[in-house]
Design a protein around this ligand. Sequence first.
Ligand code: PLP
Length: 430
Amino acid sequence: MDIKTEDIQSLVEQQNNWRGKECLNLIASENTQSPNVRNIEVNDFMGRYAEGHPNTNDEDRRYYEGTRWIDEIERIAEQEIIELAGCQQADVRPISGNAANTALALGILRGGDTVVVNSIEQGGHISHNPIGVVGRRIQKRGQVLNLGKENSIDLNFWPATEDGYHLDANACVDLLEKKRPNLAILGKSLFLFPEPVKEIAEACRNLKIPLLYDGAHVLGLILGGCFQDPFREGAHFINASTHKTFPGPQRGVILGNLQGEEELKWWTSIDRGVMPGSSSSHHLHTLPGLVIAIREMKVYGKAYAKQTIKNAKALGQALDDEGVDVEAKEFGFTESHQLALRVTRYGEAKKIARHLAEQNIICNYNQLPGDPDPGFPSGLRLGVQEMTRMGMTENEMGDIAQLMSSAIKGKKVLKEVGNLRERFNEVCYC
Ligand SMILES: Cc1ncc(COP(=O)(O)O)c(C=O)c1O
């Protein structure tokens, strides 16, 4: 019997045309992959298993046979990302940034431990917070977790400066010395400015506290050499997604810069957090694309990261010129691919984001620092990394600002959005 596929094919085609060709995609956590990365994703690795680590001539390190070629690809991926990041260890098996965070938390933490993170209100990610793996999933054996009870993680938040977009480095170090946590986590989802890694890493190294920098959003900017360099500043780990500013397949990575017996013990624990802790087989078919994306970033990463940040700053200025409230104006709006807009003057952020999407301007509503109720966020978060990858420069940021400013005020700009987007339909930097 013929299986009906036309309806599903048609939905996929509509998605390909809509998000792929017609929209101004400004979601800060997404990207478009190069044709080479996309094309290689349809392969026989889809649905195969490769748990454990690549076999060597001397050692059987997998739990299944038939892994000859994925062994080689996994070794190449590890080696090449280590070279690009200038670090000591890499685990390329996590299937996303969240899975990387889960693996690290499962490996390092135990019930009753103390952790310092960015709160959601100050831009931190849910995986580090009360409802994520750090807040909720780590508990003493045999006990049901209740946040705030003695068997749960003692979760503490980094002190921020008054503007809400920076950390107060001295106060952070004081907190570390007072709390002596089992894990310190920097990095955010709303990530406009570098973190004070150097100061915090110095304290962490003195106190032997593992320091994770969650670079899910900014990995491409870091590897392009245009944001901060957490390893050179002293972080032990960088966890990241490989599909945001790093424009590869949808996966994750744990990078380590560990030396000496004590630090290497952390890597052994995290290994078990990756498998079986957070995944078994690791969506093997997307791994060849990761290697291609690493090679693209080796050649084009610097130019891509530089243009992305230039575009974000230009869009911030252009939106400000249009009278839209762009956060952190006194700091030049941003140092990353992101911008935060405060839109309460025009209505509810959630409704505005929906109206923008109806005009094919795709972004997300977002809680901003100081918002009293996460259910009623007052902001929009924008990211320019995808439109930069499609070839847009500062020249187009003024056009985007005009369209956004009109749409935020409730106007219809669908046709004009289409006219702008249709000029940018080829992936660049690859
Ligand atoms: C800081 C941070 N960490 C982790 C993640 C999760 O990454 P992924 O979506 O790849 O699971 C995100 C997602 O946007 C994030 O912003």
